[in-house]
Write a protein that binds this ligand. Structure first.
Ligand code: DAH
Length: 339
């Protein structure tokens, strides 16, 4: 029995030394020390040996058990240390490696200039108004004093959804929405997308952006219009910007005008940018037509107002020297990352 115990010890140790996984340790523990284990089997046979030998064998058996338990623990600790080592190796972090830059992109040129313009007008006490891109015909045309026979209403020029609904051709219907939902004094700008049935080329797109402006209060005159637009132009083009107002016609303003800025490249002499004109057309404007005020329930005997509308793409093209409008909508990073 002594030899058997010795053999079990050796066998256990040999097996333990070959173990690679912690789960194998448990198998060995069960194999030798478990209820049906080899050592347990020997202890069960104690009854068959002479009583005087039992204490000595008992001591040996206990030693064997302790030995195996101790070894299991040792190898367990070793395996664990080894695993930790491997894990540390795998997860090694080189804190000297340069960090990864997050590419957050940059703002679209239209957004850059729009934000600037918003700032200028907010600085003058305006707020930002919005309206839907899918608009009622009556807001886009009728309420804006634009008669049935006006060429802008032609289905060739305008995307109609049905007889009463269209994709707005201008931001001007926001004027109607604001004037029918709030009382003067009104001071808003309304930037947004507009749609026209135009073929795409370097200066036309079926989708583009406008910024509408509207001021309604008691005693508003053309002088307020000119002063406000002068401040706007100086903020955008610099303090030496020179403006020119020309008479024009819009159905929803009376009188109406267009505003030009002296070409900032040639200073009026005429060049490629201004096509030899010396002036660059910036926007349309005028005093809100009494009919429009009346259509919105505002008494033109008490209140007056001015309005203006400008095309954002044109402004941005002039600003950055962009010669093709299509670039704004093509999502080409080579273009977009320049701003
Ligand atoms: N809505 C006009 C257009 O699309 C631009 C415009 C002109 C707006 C004069 C105005 C204005 O508010 O007063 O051509």
């Amino acid at each position: 029995m002594k030899e058997q115990l010795e053999a079990i010890r050796k066998a256990a140790e040999k097996e333990l030394s070959a173990v690679k996984l912690p789960s194998e340790l448990e198998n060995i523990r069960v194999k030798y020390l478990g209820k049906k284990g080899e050592l347990t089997a020997i202890l069960k046979k104690m009854g068959t040996i002479p009583p005087e030998e039992r204490p000595a064998i008992g001591v040996l058996a206990n030693e064997a058990r302790k030995f195996i338990e101790q070894k299991i623990e040792e190898y367990g600790a070793k395996l664990k240390a080894h695993e930790t080592q491997i894990k540390l190796q795998k997860e090694r972090l080189d804190v000297t490696v340069p960090g990864k830059r997050h590419k957050i992109g940059n703002r679209h040129p239209l957004t850059i200039v729009l934000d600037e313009i918003k700032d200028v007008f907010i600085g003058m006490g305006f707020s930002i108004a919005t309206g839907p891109e899918i608009e009622f015909v009556k807001y886009n045309f009728d309420a804006l004093n634009t008669p049935q026979n006006h060429p802008a209403r032609d289905p060739q020029d305008t995307f109609y959804v049905d007889d009463e609904i269209l994709l707005r051709t201008q931001t001007s219907p926001v004027q109607i929405r604001v004037m029918t939902s709030q009382k003067p004094p009104i001071r808003i700008i309304a930037p947004g997308r507009v749609y026209r049935s135009d073929a795409i080329d370097g200066t036309h797109s079926p989708l583009f952006h406008q910024i509408e402006g509207l001021v309604v209060d008691k005693g508003i005159t053309m002088a307020d219009l000119k002063g406000t637009l002068d401040s706007f132009a100086k903020a955008v083009y610099g303090d030496d910007a020179v403006l020119r107002f020309r008479p024009h016609h819009f159905p929803f303003t009376e009188p109406s005008c267009e505003m030009d800025t002296m070409c900032f490249v040639c200073h009026g002499k005429g060049c490629r940018l201004c096509k030899g004109e010396g002036w660059i057309e910036i926007l349309g404007a005028g005093m809100v037509h009494p009919n429009v005020l009346r259509n919105c329930g505002i008494d033109p005997e008490v209140y007056s107002g001015f309005a203006f509308g400008l095309g954002l793409e044109r402004l941005v093209m002039l600003r950055f020297g962009i010669d093709d409008m299509r670039l704004f909508f093509e999502n080409d990073l080579r273009f977009l990352s320049q701003f």
